[in-house]
Design a protein around this ligand. Sequence first.
Ligand code: MN
Length: 191
Amino acid sequence: MIYTQPELPYAKDALQPAISQMTVDYHYGKHEKAYIANLNKLIEGTEYADMELEDIIRESKGALFNNASQAWNHIFYFFSFSPDGGGEPQGELKKAIDSQFGSFEDFKKAFVQAGASIFGSGWVWLSKDTDGRLFITQESNAGNPLTAGLTPILTFDVWEHAYYLDYQNRRADALEKLWDIIDWDVVSSRY
Ligand code: MN
């Protein structure tokens, strides 16, 4: 199977000012494009060639894991946004957040704090287990909670390439601005 990069469901300048057009161009147009190209090269002619991407992430290591997971993570990340985003989670996800974190405001604080405090490159995740219990986890580099048997709900990319053009060293500020563009219809439906 050859993986292709899906077109974003919004214009490249539509996430401004939270994420600039230049960052979308580099981050999705170059970084993510390269992960997908590397993934395709690495699986060609191997036992992974016809595997679903989630299964490659669960079963691979090293360069293949890194590129497969980064390919998946960025699609998940960029498809969580909308120029009409913002607001609050809905339905069962909202109930679970309120019940586990006290309030949406408390959840947002904990999530940004977890992302801001990752040392080096990585991702902060909100995931659920099979009982619907929510977890905020920090992953280094290409890490993905699928490998721990969890179902991802939301992620923020904390690699410098995600924010340095727009925010330089101010990672927490960059993460805070993402709340303005979260598409809670999409994210709530993952719960
Ligand atoms: Mn990234």
